[in-house]
Design a protein around this ligand. Structure first.
Ligand SMILES: Nc1ncnc2c1ncn2[C@@H]1O[C@H](COP(=O)(O)OP(=O)(O)OP(=O)(O)O)[C@@H](O)[C@H]1O
Ligand SMILES: [Mg+2]
Length: 366
């Protein structure tokens, strides 16, 4: 068990900076998920924590020890990769016990740890099989078992579920979360799947181009994104964005979209944006904040022509255009939307976002 600290960590490959100064403290037993688009530096960061990659600058601290110069074997870390790399010629039991035997632990202790891990992961009946005789999900659990028996200070996962089919992914995601509740251990988990990030993490770290855009609990990232990038990355389907201008209207403010539509800013949000009056902005609204509900205070209605309908069972997604931009809304299936028909859509402006068109920073003061 340990706290993990990244202090201004940099990684360059020649002149290319893959990680450009990361500062992050991960508390003892915290489950942190790194998420971001391909190439943003997630695996590189994880590999630096593991000691598989030299760091170009900064410090990595585990517990109260700077580990920059410690080899991977000395960091007391266990890593599970996308490709589990089990030894094909060894049984499950041998795969799990291999590193413990290398550490020359007494046999009784090895047996006890294997029994406990196998029990936790429900693989007891698989211990004598070889990896070739297991399903993808079972192999994944064996890889986890191999990591657990080491009692590491820190667990590192790099997209461990991406080789599994959709159903198994969801199942394993729950199991890993349950496992963390059962055996609390400082954990860093890398994925490019924002749903995985939101559902598993105590804290999500959104990376972009080698830097941290925002780190916070899932709900905070969802409700209070600091940038258009985070707003667009967290949440599915993605937030809708429209170019607009912020104008004053009486005592209040109004968002004027480029097609001329006017959406009043609720009184409770005006002070937040007042200093940006007269400026071009990017207006952001999530699909779940556009509905077919009767308008309530703070709602604004736009009459739209439905372009496409996606019924998902409990909810229905519809797509419609404002000017050249296609927007998505989450409507009540009972409203039975049909392509080509016109429908009044309520924008919940209490949940609106505004971003600076230059640089994409949020204009909200959170
Ligand atoms: N050994 C290397 N030499 C040169 N460039 C590298 C090397 N390893 C990684 N990079 C570059 O560093 C950047 C970050 O790579 P990294 O593997 O950390 O991305 P990632 O966020 O894990 O992406 P993905 O989601 O695709 O796994 C990429 O642009 C990659 O091309
Ligand atoms: Mg990667």
């Amino acid at each position: 068990m340990a706290r993990l600290e990244l202090r201004n960590v940099v990684k360059s490959y020649g002149i290319y900076e893959a990680v450009r100064g990361i500062n992050l403290t991960i508390e003892d037993n915290e489950f942190v998920v790194f998420v971001g688009p391909s190439g943003c530096g997630k695996s590189t960061t994880l590999r630096m924590i593991a000691g598989l990659e030299h760091i170009t600058g900064g410090d990595i601290v585990i517990g109260d020890q700077v580990v920059n110069r410690l080899g991977p074997g000395k960091r007391d870390i266990a890593m599970v990769f996308q490709n589990y790399a089990l030894y094909p010629h060894m049984s499950v039991r041998e795969n799990i016990s291999f590193c413990l035997e290398q550490q020359k632990l007494p046999k009784a202790q090895i047996d006890e740890r294997i029994t406990r891990a196998a029990d936790t992961l429900h693989i007891t009946e698989l211990l004598s099989r070889r990896p070739g005789q297991l399903s993808g999900g079972q192999r994944q659990r064996v890889a986890m078992g191999r990591a657990i028996v080491r009692n590491p200070k820190v667990f590192l996962f790099d997209e461990p579920l991406s080789n599994l089919d959709a159903k198994l992914r969801v199942q394993m995601r729950t199991e890993i979360k349950r496992l963390h509740q059962l055996l609390p251990t400082t954990t860093v988990y890398v994925t490019h799947d924002q749903v995985e990030a939101m559902t598993m993490a105590d804290r999500v770290v959104v990376m972009n181009g080698g830097i941290i855009e925002q780190a916070g609990p899932p709900q905070e990232l969802y409700h209070r994104p600091v940038s258009q990038f985070v707003a667009g990355f967290i949440g599915s389907p993605s937030m809708n964005f429209l170019n607009a201008k912020l104008e004053s209207a009486g005592d209040g403010l109004v968002v004027v979209l480029d097609d001329g539509s006017r959406l009043a800013v609720p009184a409770s949000r005006t002070s937040e944006y007042m200093s940006h009056t007269g400026k071009r902005v990017v207006f952001g609204i999530r699909p779940e904040s556009i509905s077919s509900l009767m308008p309530k205070p703070g709602f604004e209605t736009i009459e739209a022509t439905i372009d496409l309908v996606e019924p998902l069972g409990p909810e229905t997604m519809i797509y419609f255009n404002i000017g050249p931009v296609s927007l998505c809304a989450n409507v009540d299936p009972e409203s039975e939307p049909r392509p080509g028909s016109r429908m009044p859509l309520s924008f919940n402006m209490n949940r609106m976002h505004l971003f600076d068109p230059a640089g994409g920073r949020s204009l909200s003061s959170w």
